[in-house]
Design a protein around this ligand. Sequence first.
Ligand code: FPP
Length: 247
Amino acid sequence: MSSDAFAVEHGLDPEKMPRHVAIIMDGNGRWAKKRMLNRVRGHEQGADVVREVVRTCRRLGISVLTLFAFSTENWGRPKAEVGALMHLLRRFLASEEAEMIRTNIRFNTIGQDEMLPREVREAVNLVKDRTCGNDGMTLNLALSYGAREEITRMARQIAEAAAAGRLSPDAVTDAAVEERLYTRGMPDPDILIRTSGEMRISNFLLWQIAYAELFFPPTLWPDFSAAELMGILKAYQRRDRRFGRVN
Ligand code: FPP
């Protein structure tokens, strides 16, 4: 079934689909706590929801899906939890690679790759290489990602280019900034969703979300679903986006 037909079947207008959806997947720990389970069980359940959401976005013809899987601040969590998250990531890549290839998804990461443990980095690079020619959808996993780090890294690159005489002050434009962000070449998110009812951005895509429509559903991430995502997309299609202008 075409993505337009799939969208229509779910009550969505194919003409008004977002190009880029970004999600802060929050609430795994609280989901586990409510059930008196270890936090890691929450992350495991959360990984199943990642699968469902990736599949749904692909079927809807969304061009870019960015998921906040691990922040620069998350390195400060207990060693066992960090280890479990890294293990889950490798398991996710191993189990999803074939489907990403079959469904034409390009896998990409944003963030400090060099901070990841070697086995994770290798697994990430392998799937990136094997899917680099795909153009159905880009799945961006934000791993060891922090927007301030991304912005200071960009500023450093601009300063280096200026100091070397390769960039004049006039050439420091929005485009020059965007070229130096991890999301280079991608459209800005049209929608940012944060689950679990927390209403914070937590250092995610600070430059890119300038005009994103924000959604804060109370659902904990492991309880999130394709159906709830469709509901958010419907609400998004009803919003009046003016980008600072008048209609
Ligand atoms: C936030 O919940 C979630 C994370 C820090 C990690 C997100 C990871 C996953 C959804 C699973 C693994 C991902 C992939 C791509 C396989 P929290 O732990 O901060 O929850 P809390 O605020 O309720 O404690």
